[in-house]
Structures are given as C-alpha cells and as structure tokens.
Design a protein around this ligand. Structure first.
Ligand code: PMT
Length: 323
C-alpha cells in the first residue's frame, strides 16, 4: 500500500464520502429525461450550433432532508429562492442562457412582482364563461408572461426542479458534467441553501416514524461538500461562484475567504441573513467588493449590480483563458 501524505488523506476521505453519498442516494426518477433536456439545451447554445452563448447554472432555494423513505417529515431551511430567481432575470438580460435548478414551490424568475397567489389575486371572473386580469395587476401580469415566454421561446431558460438533497446533488452533477464541453463559457452561480446534514438512505426509517416510542434519537451525517469536486473534476474550466451565508457578521468575511481558497472558487458572495437583500460582499483573490441595492430607484434590488460585476469578472476570465 502506498504511503499517503497529509493532503492526500483528507482528499481520499472526501472522495469516499462523495462516492458513498451517490451510491446510496435513491436514483432520480426522471434522470434520463433531465439528461436529454440538458443535452438539447447545451447543444442549442454551443458554438457548433452557431450561437456560442455563455451558459450559467443558477441554483436556488433550499434542499430538504427526508427523515423517512416514504417521506412524511423532513428538515427544511429558510431560503425563498428570491436571490436565484432575480439573478436569473438579470443573467438572461445580460445574454446568458440559464439552467435554473430550483426548489419546487420557491420564487420563480419573472414572477417576483406578482402577489403570493397570482391565479386567485390577479384574475377576476366577469361572468360564468369569462375571466380577465384585474386592472391593478395587469401590467405586472403582462410583463411576467411576455418576458418568461420570450426567455423560454428563445431557448434561454431551462428550469429543473428539486426537492431533496439527494435530487439536488445528483442533478447538479449531471449539469456540471454536461457543461464541461463549454469550457470557460460556462458559469456556476450556487445560491441554493444546501443542507449540511442528512440521514443516509439506507439508515432511514422506511415508514412514518411513530410518536408513541418516546423522544426521537436520530444521527445525521455530514453532507460532503461538493464544491471542490465540482471545481476539480466535474467542470474544471467553468467559472464558479459560491455563496456564504452567516448570521454573525463578525465571522462572515473570514469564512468566505476560507471557502474561496479551500474550494478554489473564482468568487464567493458573502451575505448575512438579515441584510441579504440590501448588501452582499464579493470576495475574490484580488480583494473584496461591497455591492449595495440602489435605494434611490424604486424596484431596484441588489442582484442587479451583483450580476453586472460577476458578468464583468466572467468576461475577464474567458479572455484570460483564451490567451
Ligand atoms: O433564497 P433567498 O431567501 O433569496 O436567500 C438567498 C441565500 C441567502 C440562500 C443565498 O444568498 C445564499 O447565501 N446561499 C448559500 C447558502 C448556504 O448554503 O451557505 P453555506 O455557507 O451553508 O454553504 C456555502 C456554499 O457551499 C454554498 O454555495 C453551497 O451551495 C455549498 N454547499 C453547502 C453545503 C454542502 N453540503 N455542499 C455544498 O456544496
């Protein structure tokens, strides 16, 4: 047996954890269908199709951790998917084709200005056979429908839903491997809130856990961080942006800096839970840039200047890669 040096040992352990995560995960129900959609989408945007668009994978919303195989209960998190949905709109505007990997039921691109229950709140019944858009929402509905329709019709938006941590990581791997062919033109914008702990499938109760058996004692295993394997193996030439969320501002920037180095990210977007809609800090190897929402403009959000900055950085990365 070869002797392992210190840096190889943790790497080996990580790869073993990743392998055992994927080996034991329940297979995706629509895996072949997802692969087909991805190949078509990426083919339509490749250089050989004459388009040569940049393609970005935006992840959005939170993953769930099921507690039972026939799931009745699960662990969830706070993420609304607003960041991913808003960023998708600005990326499409900037000329990117977007693979939107989103948690079912979370915020969708082009729907942010609609009320929570658009079907019931934006439409009114005139008589038994006629329904029309309420005057107060007509502008928002018209804009949402036409912008969404244009993005899909032009082949600029592919939406792929997930619910569990198992689905999320398996689909992310499929996307990353498919995007490898685009080299530096591909981008990852990993805004999803990914579970840190999970119950491995094989040790999970099959049926609903019974409450009559007293306090619940359950062991959660750490979800292996996929960022380094994404960077090094799945899509090694893509431009990768991850996010760092903390509730304690004192440790946020230090943790973001550590993630940048440890996972070889091109940028880490640091945000604090309470101020995440107002301000983020983009941490790169050349320094930190604070990005704010422009409060002088109505409807402005922090994602607009954030995407402008990241698109600029991606352009510089592509240029440097082609020299
Ligand atoms: O959806 P909103 O309500 O608009 O909120 C947006 C947001 C706060 C969720 C978003 O801006 C954000 O910060 N997303 C990342 C949250 C998160 O999971 O942070 P983290 O510090 O736990 O993870 C850091 C990075 O590691 C993330 O990019 C994540 O994709 C990745 N990760 C995390 C766990 C894990 N097991 N594997 C991973 O690869």
């Amino acid at each position: 047996m070869d002797a392992m040096n210190n840096s190889e040992a943790p790497k080996e352990a990580l790869y073993t954890d990743i392998k055992s995560f994927f080996d034991s995960a329940p297979p995706l129900t629509h895996g072949p269908d997802i692969s087909r959609k991805l190949n078509e989408f990426i083919g339509r945007n490749s250089v050989s199709s004459g388009k040569g668009n940049r393609v970005v994978c935006v992840t959005s919303g939170g993953t769930t951790v099921p507690l039972e195989q026939r799931c009745v209960r699960y662990i969830d998190n706070f993420s609304s998917g607003h960041r991913g949905a808003a960023s998708t709109e600005y990326l499409v505007k900037a000329g990117y084709s977007v693979i939107f990997l989103y948690r079912r039921g979370t915020c969708q691109p082009y729907c942010r200005s609609l009320p929570d229950n658009p079907l019931l709140e934006c439409f009114e019944s005139i008589n038994e056979s006629n329904i029309q858009v309420c005057q107060s929402h007509s502008e928002a509905v018209r804009r949402a429908i036409s912008e969404h329709h244009a993005a899909v019709a032009e082949g600029l938006l592919l939406k792929l839903p997930f619910t569990t941590i198992f689905e999320y990581l398996q689909i992310l791997q499929l996307i990353a491997i498919s995007l490898r062919s685009l080299g530096p033109s591909a981008m990852f914008y990993l805004a999803a809130a990914v579970s840190d702990f999970y119950v491995p499938w094989e040790s999970m109760a099959e049926h609903k856990i019974q409450s009559g058996s007293g306090p619940l004692d359950m062991r959660l295993v750490q979800v292996p961080k996929m960022l380094s394997v994404l960077r090094k193996e799945w899509a090694p030439t893509a431009f990768c942006i991850s996010f760092k969320l903390e509730t304690d501002s004192k440790i946020l920037l230090e943790k973001a800096g550590m993630a940048l180095k440890k996972y070889g990210m091109h940028a880490v977007v640091a945000n604090e839970l309470l101020t995440r809609k107002e301000e983020v800090v983009v941490v790169t190897s050349s320094g930190m840039i604070s990005v704010h929402r422009d409060n002088t403009q109505s409807g402005a959000d922090v994602e607009r200047p954030l995407i402008e900055l990241l698109v600029e950085r991606h352009s510089a990365y592509i240029e440097a890669s082609t020299i």
